[in-house]
Design a protein. Sequence first.
Length: 356
Amino acid sequence: MSVSSLNIKVTPTSQSRISELDQNNLVFGKQYADHMLACYYENGEWNTPEIIPFGDLSLSPATSFMHYGQAIFEGIKAYRHPDGSIAVFRPEDNWKRMNVSAARLDMPEIPAEIFLDGIKELIKLDAAWVPEGENTSLYIRPFMLGMDEFIGVRSSLSYAFYIITSPAGAYYSKPVRIYVQDQYVRAVPGGIGFTKAAGNYGASMLPTRTVKEMGYDQVLWTDAFEHKYVQEIGTMNVFFIVDGVALTPNLDEGTILAGVTRDSIITLLKENGIEVQERPISIDELVEAQKSGKLQEAFGSGTAASMSFISDLTYQGETLYLPEINTWSISPKIKKQLDDIRYGRTPDTHGWIFRI
Ligand code: COI
């Protein structure tokens, strides 16, 4: 065991699994790097974090998060730059968002030192797991769980915070087909739609599996009251280019995740002179725009999914096709600019890169 300069105790693995990593066949979320970070919250404070070999957890079956869902997470990526160095994209924003989720779920704030220094130390140790190929990265998954061994219903008093990492390729290998969901709902004002709570994803499993069986890749959620206004896609935020203007649903109602990729794309769109409107977008407006030829481009945005172009949207049995992607002029350009920053092919003028 060694102690890092940040007082994170490090116990390196005695048996690295790096030789099992096939960089040419990376599937999202299947393989994990050698180490993980673990940190426990007891008696009102966080203990010193530890980096330990990646491995199973031993939990009481009465552990509270498994029953009542005090479980939140984040998604961040580390990229290999041409000079071999490693850069993490905007982890401070994910740290802030994790604490927004924690506040809503009545969980403790995670200090920046544990979250950010933890990522730094973990990735330094597992640097060999950051892949080099086109569209690859090391996906970083911090998560926090309510740990009381108690099945009475109340906020847990003890918590665990972990970070695991997973080498990843593209989340979607081709443009996505979207089904506009007008039966089930994801979020209502006053609910937890703006958080990265595990329960948001649990509730999406049935609607998503159902549309996948119909040949679609994902659902596009609509508002709970009228099923009229689009919110977000199951795995990402959503953007539409209508008549040269970028439209994306506004965050004010608390029903949409404040995506870090979403925010980066809005910044780049504006820098490219594209008008961005963050506002309620009705499905009728999109149908009308498609019929009049004004719906030019559409894409989802997220850490895991990056920028994923949309090929078509199906709403109440009617499929709206987007124009051929090779005719698009805005989204591919923004995607390239974002990738160039993430992969270190262009200078980071926004302060988005966190060096390891
Ligand atoms: C992410 O983009 O990081 C997420 O957590 C979304 C999840 C569907 C993988």
